[in-house]
Ligand binder design. Structure first.
Ligand SMILES: Cc1cc2nc3c(=O)[nH]c(=O)nc-3n(C[C@H](O)[C@H](O)[C@H](O)COP(=O)(O)O)c2cc1C
Length: 120
């Protein structure tokens, strides 16, 4: 399964590496085009918001997105923890896989792996 992700300070990228994924696309400007099934991993920005590059990407690529997992910081942002996942679900109808703190714990890594396996 292809993984599309964005990472500003490296936490999401660390999670992608823990998944052992080899077919990955890191968003740079949101103009990327993906025409096969994929899952999306993203961080959360400015009070529970979707990073703009992700929004831009999804505006023309949401159809093939089979799930979203979002990182946040539950310590610093308890009221908007990883809410980019909720926003992406509400705006694009994409199923939410899980939310994870920073680079995630083994439980969430496993959750994402199981989800990917269920799509295969
Ligand atoms: C300006 C800024 C705003 C943020 N806003 C939120 C937020 O609203 N909710 C949240 O859970 N995390 C928030 N975070 C934390 C990041 O989503 C979190 O650190 C994430 O792991 C970063 O992923 P990355 O290292 O892959 O960029 C924010 C971080 C920054 C720098």
């Amino acid at each position: 399964m292809k993984i599309v992700y964005t990472s500003r300070t490296g936490n999401v990228e660390t999670m992608v590496k823990k998944l052992g994924a080899t077919d990955v696309v890191k968003l740079s400007d949101g103009n990327e085009k993906v025409e096969e099934d994929y899952i999306l991993l993203t961080f959360t920005t400015g009070r529970g918001m979707i990073p703009p590059v992700v929004d831009k990407f999804l505006e023309s690529n949401a159809a093939f997105c089979k799930g979203v997992a979002a990182s946040g910081n539950s310590d610093r942002f308890p009221d908007s923890f990883a809410q980019s996942a909720d926003k992406i679900h509400a705006k694009y109808g994409i199923p939410m896989i899980t939310k994870f703190d920073l680079a995630g714990e083994p439980d969430q890594t496993e959750e994402i792996k199981v989800y990917i396996a269920s799509l295969a």
